[in-house]
Design a binder for this molecule. Structure first.
Ligand code: C2E
Ligand code: MG
Ligand code: MG
Length: 678
């Protein structure tokens, strides 16, 4: 009932009932009053006409007995309630009105006297006034009947209206219910549900049409939104991938690695577990890129990433940190041996030949391991320490695994300190050059040149040998400015000697691979020579065999340009770098320097001597000059002479000495003296 009262049909019915209840009684009452006044007027007219007629009859029959009989007859006939003659004293009593020339004295209202009688006085000639009483009851009865009829009609009207409202309400409510149901279906995703209604109520039909067209545009809009949403989702996925995954290998990148590794560390901390961190750096990956191109390098990285993914467990975290660096987190290990075992497995997997475009490539890696919690509690520390261990692995010959230790950290710290001090040394001009003379054996030995060797006048540690800092300078790239200083200082010194009137000779300068990789190295040398007004044969460049192993195009260009310039080049420490003969013949070098380790081994056995003899023969066959370094004894000197090498450098002749000490040797008198005692 309550629901019906709240429904549209219910409210319509209630509203109509209320309107009907208010309006209908008023309307009926109005109608009733109209009819009543009409009947009243007609009754008065009728009464007056009758009264006038009776008055004429009285006037026509002036006999009082006759009048009395007439009046009795009228009353008896039922036409009147009462009829009598009243005496007149010249004036009618009561209210008067006229009708057809007669003067009436009458009461106007029904029931005025409460006797249902309408009284009329009318002049009846000399006999006096005729007072007549007309019965109002028939009129009242008629009025009562009319009132009843009106009531019935009103009730019937209300019923009809209510019935109509009910029918319309029910139909409306059914249509609205249908619309509401369909709307709910549409809202729930029923996109095919129609809101079109075949309603006889035009407003409802039009509303349903409007709703249907709204539904169609909403469905279209929703479709477009869904498509846009899909595009947005895929764009978001793409952005996520780009932000968290390495585009080349598909492995987690540095950012995602940090999140996941930190979560694994937190978990290990909670569960009181151990966790190992492996830092992997490919050995000489740059060579692959430089020699075979970046595309091949990329393919190699991809292949390695796939291999690593297959080798490790799903619970292990593997990421590419950038370039040729990969990181692995091994959660929940029981001992460092586990980590070592897995690292060895990883090395073996990397070492397997990889076939790219029909070409078989070989690569190795160096791996550093650090462990949680013993090596550090934070990811950053663990990464740093695994990195230190990895460098140690590289130092110890690459293709190696090293586990972090406190000593390594101290060493790394010392390296860092040295790096900072080296920068300061460059700024403060703390480097000095010493020169080690080179002699051609004879009687007396002839001074043919010198090798410039750097020393560092350290503010607290005194004069330091290159042994303490060259490796750090190489690793940090500081060897480039240091090497530039050496070249510049050598040229300056040679020109100073020349200006002092000394006969100058060729001074050998050690040049690092890193320097030769600079595109403009040969140009730098040419400019230096020009700026000191030196001929190209004033200096000689010493390169190690490692230069030949690096197929960097700048190196090859620089060597060719230097040769074209007329600068001589020597392969230093020959025999220690495993360079192939083919490479040696291709390089534009003039001289080979037998490494001091072979010179020292020479007297130790047949093999040592054989290596030196072979090297000398090789140089002769390739028409290269030859010199031996590290000659300390006369025995070594004699063996070398006997094998065909007359050019010597070593403590037997002179240790590296200062520029001023060398200047003393340059005097003609010093040329013929015995070996320098140092
Ligand atoms: P290196 O170019 O092979 O230089 C020869 C090294 O052997 C020098 O050590 C020299 O003092 C040492 N030596 C010479 N004769 C003898 C000997 O009879 N017995 C022994 N035991 N040693 C001898 P130094 O000066 O300590 O230089 C070490 C290395 O440092 C050099 O080896 C070179 O590779 C590097 N180096 C020195 N100066 C420079 C430089 O200016 N630039 C670069 N890139 N490297 C340099
Ligand atoms: Mg050298
Ligand atoms: Mg050497």
């Amino acid at each position: 009932m309550k629901r019906f009262a709240q429904s549209f049909a219910g409210r319509l019915l209630i509203a109509l009932m209320a309107i009907q209840l208010l309006v209908s009684p008023v309307a009926l009452w109005g109608v009733y009053r109209l009819i009543e006044s009409e009947l009243h007027d007609r009754f008065i007219d009728y009464s007056r006409r009758e009264a006038a007629q009776y008055s004429h009859m009285v006037v026509a029959n002036p006999d009082p007995a006759g009048i009395a009989a007439l009046l009795d007859d009228l009353v008896l006939s039922g036409a009147l309630c009462s009829a009598s003659m009243v005496a007149v004293n010249g004036k009618a009593t009561g209210p008067a009105s006229t009708c057809a020339g007669n003067v009436f004295v009458e009461d106007f209202k029904f029931g005025e006297h409460g006797d249902d009688t309408y009284s009329v006085q009318i002049r009846a000639g000399k006999a006096g006034n005729l007072q007549l009483g007309f019965d109002e009851a028939p009129v009242n009865a008629r009025l009562a009947e009319i009132a009843r009829s009106l009531l019935y009609a009103g009730a019937a009207w209300i019923t009809v209206v209510l019935a109509l409202a009910a029918v319309v309400g029910v139909r409306l409510s059914r249509s609205l219910k249908h619309l509401s149901h369909s709307a709910r279906v549409v809202a729930a995703g029923g996109v095919t549900e129609t809101l079109l209604l075949n309603s006889p109520i035009s407003e409802v039909a039009s509303l349903s049409r409007d709703l249907e067209s709204m539904r169609i545009s909403l469905v279209q809009g929703a479709q477009e939104l869904r498509e846009m949403n899909l595009q947005l989702l895929s764009a978001r996925d793409e952005a996520n991938r780009a932000a968290y995954f390495d585009a080349l290998t598909g492995l987690p990148n540095r950012t995602l690695f940090r999140f996941r590794a930190e979560a694994l560390i937190a978990q290990a901390r909670r569960m009181k577990n151990c966790l190992a961190f492996l830092f992997i750096d490919l050995d000489r990956f740059k060579h692959v890129n430089d020699s075979l191109g970046h595309l091949v390098g990329d393919e190699l990285l991809k292949a390695l990433a796939t291999r690593l993914g297959k080798t490790l467990r799903e619970s292990d975290l593997i990421a590419r940190l950038g370039g040729d660096e990969f990181a692995i987190v091994l959660p929940n290990i029981t001992s460092l041996d586990d980590a070592r075992r897995i690292a060895a497995k990883v090395l073996a997997v990397i070492e397997r030949p990889i076939n790219i475009d029909g070409r078989e490539l070989h690569i190795s890696a160096s791996i550093g391991i650090s462990a949680f919690p013993q090596d550090g509690a934070e990811l950053q520390t663990l990464v740093k320490q695994a990195d230190i261990a990895m460098y140690k692995a590289k130092d110890s010959g690459r293709n190696n695994v090293r586990v972090f230790s406190a000593d390594m950290a101290h060493e790394a710290e010392a390296r860092m300190r040295t790096e900072n001090e080296l920068r300061a040394a460059l700024r403060n001009n703390e480097f000095v050059l010493h020169y080690q003379p080179q002699y051609r054996e004879g009687n007396p030995p002839e001074l043919i040149g010198a090798e410039a060797l750097i020393r560092w006048q350290h503010p607290t540690r005194g004069l330091l040998s290159p042994f303490y800092f060259i490796a750090v300078a190489e690793d940090t790239g500081l060897i480039v400015p240091v090497g530039q200083w050496v070249l510049g200082e050598t040229c300056r010194q040679i020109s100073a000697w020349r200006d002092e009137g000394f006969t100058i000779f060729r001074v050998a300068v050690n040049v690092s691979v890193t320097q030769l990789k600079q595109a403009d190295f040969a140009v730098q040398v040419r400019r230096l020579l020009e700026s000191f007004d030196l001929t190209p044969d004033a200096i000689e460049i010493e390169i190690t065999e490692s230069v030949m192993l690096e197929p960097h195009e700048n190196i090859v260009d620089n060597l060719n340009d230097l040769k074209a310039l007329g600068v001589h080049m020597t392969i230093d420490d020959f025999g220690t770098g495993f360079s192939g003969l083919a490479t040696l013949t291709r390089m534009p070098v003039h001289k080979i320097k037998i490494d001091q380790s072979f010179v020292h081994d020479m007297s130790g056995g047949a093999l040592g001597a054989a290596i030196v003899r072979t090297t000398i023969a090789l140089a002769k066959n390739l028409s290269l000059e030859i010199i031996a370094e590290g000659v300390e004894t006369t025995e070594q000197r004699d063996m070398l002479i006997q094998m065909g090498c007359n050019n010597m450098q070593g403590y037997l002749y002179s240790r590296p000495i200062s520029a001023s000490a060398l200047a003393a040797l340059l005097r003609p008198s010093s040329q013929s003296t015995e070996y320098l005692a140092v």
